[in-house]
Design a protein around this ligand. Structure first.
Ligand SMILES: [Zn+2]
Length: 190
């Protein structure tokens, strides 16, 4: 698994799930994120991304997919194309596991943060990870310090992707993540 760092919750916070209206906004953010990330990497969402990943919210996660603190984690599964002999034609499949409770806690912590721009940032960030994993630009099973360096890189790319997007509340989200874009010290260089 790849866990993206969070910082607002403690483990005793109850796990709230998104309500129906919030799920709609999450879905909207996924659609927007797919388009932005495919344009950025100049690839078609259908060809490149869609068969390879899915986004789930807390209500659809298994206990192993839930984590307290981070806003999301990515779990890699091995997929098998239908009709092919066992072991042949296997492919990597990534599940973006959104942690509703951590996202809602972050929104509670700041009146400036809103769900749509916040989820847009999180989903773009996770899709950038997946593109980089699937292009072998980053090893899924990296060391802790490599993972931290990758977080920094992925936040920079996320910022680049979102820098020309006009969406109410997005500036506040970008500001919220500012510390992740400043150079990290004591990391092995990529
Ligand atoms: Zn991340």
């Amino acid at each position: 698994m790849h866990v993206c760092y969070g910082r607002t919750m403690n483990a005793s916070t109850p796990r709230r799930t998104f309500d129906a209206e919030q799920i709609q906004r999450v879905n909207q953010s996924v659609t927007m994120a797919e388009e932005l990330v495919s344009n950025f990497f100049k690839m078609s969402a259908n060809q490149w991304l869609r068969p390879k990943y899915d986004v789930s919210t807390l209500a659809d996660l298994t206990p192993a997919e839930i984590v307290d603190g981070p806003f999301a984690q990515i779990i890699r599964y091995e997929g098998q194309r239908k009709g092919s002999p066992l072991g042949s034609d296997a492919y990597d499949y990534y599940k973006i596991c959104l942690q509703d409770h951590a996202i809602l806690a972050a929104l509670d912590s700041s009146a400036e943060l809103a769900l749509l721009p916040f989820c847009l940032y999180v989903v773009v960030h996770e899709l950038v990870h997946i593109v980089r994993f699937s292009k072998f630009l980053q090893n899924f099973n990296a060391t802790a310090s490599e993972k931290l360096a990758e977080e920094h890189r992925v936040h920079l790319i996320t910022h680049q992707i979102l820098s020309n997007v006009r969406l109410t509340g997005l500036d506040a989200v970008i500001e919220y993540y500012r510390s992740w874009r400043t150079p990290l010290e004591n990391l092995s260089s990529p």
